[in-house]
Design a protein around this ligand. Structure first.
Ligand SMILES: [Zn+2]
Length: 161
């Protein structure tokens, strides 16, 4: 499973890099069904000026359209960063089987960090979780993005913009 998981996580990282190119926090996601990529998504929150424009929500919307069903049973999501409360909620609502996570998000993650919305036994659906797949690559992308952002802000401050 590890090799397959890494293969699809690499695809999610490609999506994260699309977000990076738009100066968005680099988070990317793909949804896989039956050994094929059903949909892709990346963070476009600033670009679209939309708090719902997270990678996972975009990918879920596209996958449902392709499946012709709101249920995404049998699907696995690969996402570079641990999902937030909104996305974890949407994942449960979609009845997704499994979520594979690159790196965790201690400040906002809801797949085990702050909450584990994906595995609460009082909800009617639980999702299998796999963490730490290509973790180093996913987290270094995030670190590089925030380091550049800090440097840019410092420069702006210095030049009085
Ligand atoms: Zn989210």
């Amino acid at each position: 499973m590890q090799i397959v998981d890494e293969k699809y996580m690499k695809e999610a990282i490609k999506q994260a890099k699309k977000a990076y190119a738009l100066d968005e926090t680099p988070i990317g996601c793909v949804i896989v069904y039956d050994g094929k990529i059903l949909s892709r998504g990346y963070n476009r929150r600033n670009t679209d000026k939309n708090p719902l424009a997270h990678a996972e929500i975009t990918a879920i919307r596209k996958a449902s359209r392709k499946m012709g069903d709101w249920r995404l049973e049998g699907c696995t999501m690969y996402v570079t960063l641990e999902p937030c409360q909104m996305c974890a909620g949407a994942i449960v609502q979609s009845r997704m089987d499994r979520v594979v996570i690159g790196c965790m998000n201690p400040k906002a993650g809801c797949a085990g960090s702050i909450l584990n919305l994906l595995q609460m036994d009082r909800f009617n659906h639980q999702v299998q979780i796999e963490t730490g797949v290509l973790e180093e690559e996913c987290s270094s992308l995030m670190k590089r993005f925030f380091r550049e952002l800090r440097e840019r802000k410092k420069k702006e401050k210095r030049s009085g913009i």
